[in-house]
Design a protein around this ligand. Structure first.
Ligand code: COA
Length: 260
């Protein structure tokens, strides 16, 4: 949570909220404390009408090194089965209606890679390395890695990463369609914030509806997806922002979207 000493540092850049993972001593591994702080921040920021886009970032060397292996080492099956499933970080990310951007520099491994994949877009530094190394520990990804990777980069390539634990560098991730852009090592955070600002300047309700519509593409057959899109389009047509957007265009001025 906020404050320079916490495991999650929160900053506000106008309508963009920046969440920075801050456990450098453990390479930003996702400890229960860090996951809980992320869940709390995502739920709160998602309710805040002043926040139109959320950026999740680590530091120059590490986005996140995955689950905390020291804690993983202690866990047994009964502990896992007793965890409240609905309260997990992965559910909190899925519930977040505000557009999410992962700003990745350095390692995004295991749960770190899954965290980036659970965001709506990924901006990668040229130093970024992605991977699902769980197999090297005798386990498999458990935060959506196998499912999202297969959808994003295709079955064969996901299979290779999940079965070998091989890391892929930023340029390969870009070629695979895994990241939106690769930027210079000293520009990753600024470029991610700039992308977030350009989302934040748009009509916020339409941005949420657009996010929901695109995500539905993974869940639905085409005919149902098109029907769903139509309903969301009608909702967008009913907003005040739609009137403002079309009027501003005709009056040759910038629209002032209010999120209504
Ligand atoms: N969980 C807990 N601690 C971790 C961690 C993790 N996922 N990843 C790194 N750390 C800790 C190390 O134990 C080490 O602690 P120490 O200083 O007390 O010895 C410290 O962070 C530095 O790690 P180190 O491996 O020396 O750093 P590096 O810069 O050489 O390598 C990584 C960085 C991320 C490549 C490497 O730490 C790594 O492969 N981590 C594990 C990634 C992984 O398997 N994730 C999936 C988990 S399911």
């Amino acid at each position: 949570m906020g404050g320079s000493g916490g495991v999650l540092i929160e900053e506000r850049h106008d309508a963009v909220a920046l969440l920075r993972l801050n456990r450098p001593e453990a390479r930003n591994a996702l400890s229960p404390e860090l996951r809980a702080a992320l869940c709390e921040a995502l739920a709160r920021l998602d309710r805040d009408q002043g926040v139109r886009c959320i950026v999740i970032a680590g530091d120059d060397e590490h986005f996140a090194a995955g689950a905390d292996i020291a804690q993983l080492n202690e866990r047994e099956l009964p502990d896992l089965l007793q965890e409240p499933g609905g309260a997990s970080l992965w559910d909190a990310l899925a519930r977040c209606r505000t557009p999410l951007i992962a700003a990745v520099s350095g390692y995004a491994l295991g749960g770190g890679c899954e965290l980036a994949l659970a965001c709506d877009m990924i901006v990668a530094s040229e130093t970024a390395q992605f991977g699902q190394p769980e197999i090297r520990l005798g386990i498999i990804p458990g935060g959506g890695g196998t499912q999202r990777l297969a959808r994003v980069i295709g079955k064969q390539r996901a299979m290779e990463l999940v079965l070998t634990g091989r890391r892929i560098p930023a340029d390969e991730a870009y070629a695979l369609g895994f990241v939106n852009r690769v930027v210079a090592a000293d520009r990753w955070l600024e470029e991610a914030l700039e992308l977030a600002r350009s989302v934040a300047r748009r009509a916020p309700l339409a941005a949420r509806l657009g996010k929901q519509a695109v995500l539905a593409a993974d869940e639905m057959p085409l005919s149902a997806g098109l029907e769903h899109e139509r309903r969301l389009f009608e909702l967008a047509m009913a907003t005040e922002d739609r009137r403002e957007g079309t009027r501003a265009f005709l009056e040759k001025r910038r629209p002032e979207f209010r999120g209504r």
